[in-house]
Structure formats: structure tokens, C-alpha cells
Design a protein around this ligand. Structure first.
Ligand code: BV8
Ligand code: ZN
Length: 244
């Protein structure tokens, strides 16, 4: 994308955001890349070393809970020293300036909340939360590494990471709220996602079909780059702060 058209696109988005009453953001692993969090499918992506089907599935956890917990402990150790970047921080500032703003994230790293975002819908859960496989008790546990295998203080059953694995349904309440916001927003920013994982990947299309201006900010082109109203190629940490 030529520098000129990047500038032009940024102006278009800046004007739209200045007018908009309701804005939705959908973020993916790419927004956390500049904080040092490995993405899933980009260079040196997480899933390259591990196949998602081997680890981030209920079957893998049933078969070998210790292996799956070691995978999440490895990611907790990776994430612990990392901090939000300029993109996360800009979105937290934008939220304060808008009457209606919702941040829908596929990320489980918690960096948006650490940056100050308040209205966050975590579609795929949160790596710092653990859930009881029997009674469903949900707690935050930031110990790194988590001593294995963790058990529930209430009923003694095995705890699991509070994340959505492949083949598992997303929390219906969170999903309904996400769709509601996507269907009523005037501008939707889709930041740092390859558009691979459903149902998150089709939310931008939904907003567009409903007349919203849909803006993609991504390092590489995605299957949606030619479909969305605006597609800006670049790093989230550089582009996002220029939008406001
Ligand atoms: C569901 C939590 C339905 C865990 C994650 C076959 C078998 C089984 C399932 C399926 C199947 N086919 C389709 C499915 C459905 C499946 C799916 O979509 N699979 C895909 C892979 C084909 N989806 C599901 O299973 C979902 N559930 O559909 O339920 C259902 C209904 C009834 C009954 C049962 C089921 C659940 C999906 C949730 C999976 N959990 N994470 C964990 O993290 O350990 S998904 C995982 O991928 C992360 O959450 C991640 O966020 C997500 C999406 O990836 P992205 O965020 O897009 O990251 P990616 O690396 O791909 O892209 C990053 C982008 O950023 C790149 O484009 C890169 O260029 C760009 N970038 C890099 N640096 C920067 C940048 N951009 C800007 N700036 C930078 N600096
Ligand atoms: Zn329990």
C-alpha cells in the first residue's frame, strides 16, 4: 500500500471516528505482537511450533491435562513481563471520548484491560483465569508457573484454563452482546487478525452489511482486505494512534 493511500485512508477513518456515536473494535493477536506476544499464524507463530489441535482442544485436555497445562504455563511465562503497546493505549483513550464503545477481543492476554480499556468482550476467554471442570467456579490466578495440576478449592476437581478451545462454543452471553454491538455500530475497526477463526472472523462482514464503515488495520492482507471499506497495511502500534 503506497504511503499516500495510507495517509488518505487514515484521514477517512479519522473523520469517520470524529462523527461516530458508536464504535466497535475487534482485535486479534496482531495488536499484541508489538508487546512481544507471539501471534498464531504470522512469522514464528505460536501454532507453528504446536498444532492447535494438539493442545487447544477439550480432547487434548481430557487425554493429557498436564501437557495442555504446561503449554499454558509456557504462555503465562511468556506473557507475564509484557505490557500494552501504543495500540492498546490508544484504544483505551478512544473509549473515554466516545459515548458508545465496545472492544471485542479474540486475545486472552488481558493487555487491553491492563491498558485501561473497560468495556471489553473476551470472546476466547482469559489466560489469567482458571475454571473448575466440575462446579464451574471461576477465579483469577496469576501465579507463574501455576503449580500443576491445579484443583478447585471448593470441590477438589481439576481446574482448566478459562479459554475457549477449538471445537468449543463461545460463551453465548458474550457472543450475543458482541453481535448486538456489531449490528448497531457506525464504525468498526478490525485490528491485527488474520480472519481465520470463526465466529469472530465474520463479524466485520456483518457490520459492513449493516452499513458500518469497516476498517482493517493489519500487517499482511487477509481474505477480507478487499471487502472491507478501508484496509490499512501496517503495524497496529504505528497506525492506531494516528486514527484519533
Ligand atoms: C466454534 C483461545 C462452534 C485458546 C482460540 C474444524 C474443526 C474444529 C473446529 C472448526 C473446524 N473448522 C472451523 C472450525 C471452527 C473453529 C475455527 O474457526 N477453526 C479455524 C482454525 C478453522 N472455531 C472454533 O472452534 C470456535 N468455536 O466455532 O464453536 C461450535 C458450535 C457448536 C458446537 C461446538 C462448536 C472456537 C474458536 C476459539 C479458539 N480459541 N484461542 C488459546 O489461545 O490457547 S483461537 C486463537 O486464534 C486466538 O484466540 C487468536 O486470537 C485466534 C485468531 O487468531 P488471530 O487473532 O487472527 O491471530 P493470527 O496470528 O491468526 O493473526 C494475527 C494477524 O495479525 C496476522 O494477520 C498478522 O499479519 C497480523 N499482525 C502481526 N503483527 C502485527 C499484525 N497486525 C498489525 N500490527 C502488527 N504489529
Ligand atoms: Zn469446583
Amino acid at each position: 500500500m503506497s504511503q499516500h493511500s495510507v495517509e488518505k485512508s487514515i484521514c477517512t477513518v479519522r473523520d469517520a471516528l470524529a462523527e461516530a456515536k458508536s464504535v466497535v473494535v475487534l482485535s486479534g493477536a496482531g495488536i499484541s505482537a508489538e508487546s512481544g506476544v507471539p501471534t498464531f499464524r504470522g512469522q514464528g507463530g505460536l501454532w507453528r511450533q504446536y498444532r492447535a489441535t494438539d493442545l487447544a482442544t477439550p480432547e487434548a485436555f481430557a487425554r493429557d491435562p498436564k501437557l495442555v497445562w504446561e503449554f499454558y504455563n509456557w504462555r503465562r511465562e511468556l506473557l507475564e513481563p509484557l505490557r500494552p503497546n501504543a495500540a492498546h493505549l490508544s484504544l483505551a483513550k478512544l473509549e473515554n471520548r466516545l459515548s458508545s464503545f465496545v472492544l471485542i477481543t479474540q486475545n486472552i492476554d488481558g493487555l487491553h484491560q491492563m491498558a485501561g480499556s473497560r468495556n471489553v468482550l473476551e470472546l476466547h476467554g482469559n489466560i489469567w483465569k482458571v475454571r473448575c471442570t466440575a462446579c464451574g467456579r471461576l477465579t483469577e490466578d496469576r501465579r507463574v508457573p501455576l503449580p500443576l495440576l491445579p484443583t478447585c478449592e471448593d470441590c477438589g476437581a481439576l481446574l482448566r484454563p478459562h479459554v475457549v478451545w477449538f471445537g468449543e462454543t463461545l460463551d453465548p452471553g458474550i457472543l450475543d452482546r458482541a453481535y448486538e454491538e456489531v449490528l448497531r455500530c457506525e464504525v468498526m475497526l478490525v485490528i491485527g487478525t488474520s480472519g481465520t477463526v470463526q465466529p469472530a472472523a465474520s463479524m466485520g462482514m456483518l457490520a459492513g452489511r449493516n452499513g458500518a464503515l469497516v476498517v482493517e488495520i493489519n500487517l499482511e492482507p487477509t481474505p477480507y482486505s478487499d471487502i472491507y471499506s478501508v484496509s490499512i497495511a501496517g503495524k497496529a502500534g504505528e497506525i492506531v494512534p494516528q486514527l484519533f
